[in-house]
Design a protein around this ligand. Structure first.
Ligand SMILES: Cc1ncc(C[n+]2csc(CCOP(=O)(O)OP(=O)(O)O)c2C)c(N)n1
Ligand code: SF4
Ligand SMILES: [Mg+2]
Length: 271
């Protein structure tokens, strides 16, 4: 296990790398949300003292080797099958805290059935769903969450309703299932939203300890490379184009659908 790294300003610690993050250098493109989500997730597991109690399930897609970066027990799953694998892991080891880490192509396309049925069964684990509106790994092909008019490598004229249908809101869909307990949509493109995401992860792990049922946290994220933008442009584009379709906020809390979503203003921190 790698030693934690500490940065000080000469007087006090200003940053400490959690032991739950491995020393391996991440392969993600500059500005990619995956790296931020990994860091926050591992900080929470570290801070809650859950390093030896947590098992993660990695997906296909750009985060396919998330197990190289997360210094906890991890299991790789085949395409879209992360929630099926997590079901087995949790049932065999019910005292462990289990989460899946999945992109939109993995969770909402190839893994739609597994996702819906795991949520419907109320499997007692956490699903982390990274929605960057494309398959980042395969050169930016269209995902179920790609926006209308969004140009991708497989929709060079933009996504059209007539041929590709509307972007799917699978997070809202699973919130209607009685097995789900806490469903929220977050982001990590500003310091404030990172803090909100961190609190959501803490809350979801506490619910899992209390055996409340399935928790899902969607993270509206970016793909600067696939979107062909700088990281800064990508975060602005996310704010302006993703949030109107995928508004941030809680969707289901304590097993009850939230009547009116609390929309957190993102605008002030974008420069
Ligand atoms: C239609 C289709 N089915 C299955 C695959 C196999 N596959 C390769 S990468 C991937 C998921 C990548 O997208 P996503 O989960 O959104 O992760 P990202 O790379 O965006 O982080 C899948 C399902 C594929 N490329 N295309
Ligand atoms: S292709 Fe996109 S999702 Fe994949 S690592 Fe690069 S920026 Fe991230
Ligand atoms: Mg994706």
């Amino acid at each position: 296990m790698a030693d934690a790294q500490v940065l000080t300003n000469g007087m006090e610690t200003v940053w400490e790398k959690p032991r739950t993050l491995s020393e391996t250098r991440m392969h993600y493109c500059p500005g990619c949300g995956h790296g931020v989500v990994h860091k926050v997730l591992m900080e929470v597991i570290n801070d809650m003292g859950l390093q030896d109690k947590t098992i993660g399930v990695a997906p296909v897609g750009c985060s396919v080797i998330a197990y190289n970066y997360m210094n906890i027990d991890m299991q790789e799953a085949a395409h879209g099958r992360a929630t099926a694998v997590a079901t087995g892991v949790k049932r065999v080891l019910p005292d462990k805290l289990v989460f899946t880490y999945q992109g939109d192509g993995d969770l909402a396309a190839i893994g739609t059935a597994e996702t819906i049925h795991a949520c419907n069964r109320g499997e007692n684990f956490l699903i982390i769903f990274i929605n960057n509106a494309i398959y980042g790994m395969t050169g930016g092909q269209m995902a179920p969450t790609s926006l209308l008019g969004m140009v991708t490598s497989t929709t060079p004229e933009g996504r059209q309703i007539e041929t590709q249908g509307h972007p799917i809101k699978i997070t809202e869909m699973v919130a209607t299932l009685p097995g789900t307990y806490y469903i929220t949509r977050q982001s990590i493109h500003t310091p404030t939203t990172v803090r909100h995401f961190k609190k959501a992860v803490e809350k979801a792990f506490k619910h899992q300890m209390e055996k409340k049922g399935t928790c899902l946290i969607e993270v509206v994220s970016n793909c600067p490379s696939g979107w062909k933008m700088t990281p800064l442009e990508a975060n602005k584009w996310l704010d302006q184009n993703m949030f109107p379709i995928f508004p941030p906020g809680d969707i289901k809390v304590d097993g009850k659908l939230v009547e009116k979503k609390q929309v957190i203003s993102q605008k002030k921190e974008i420069k």
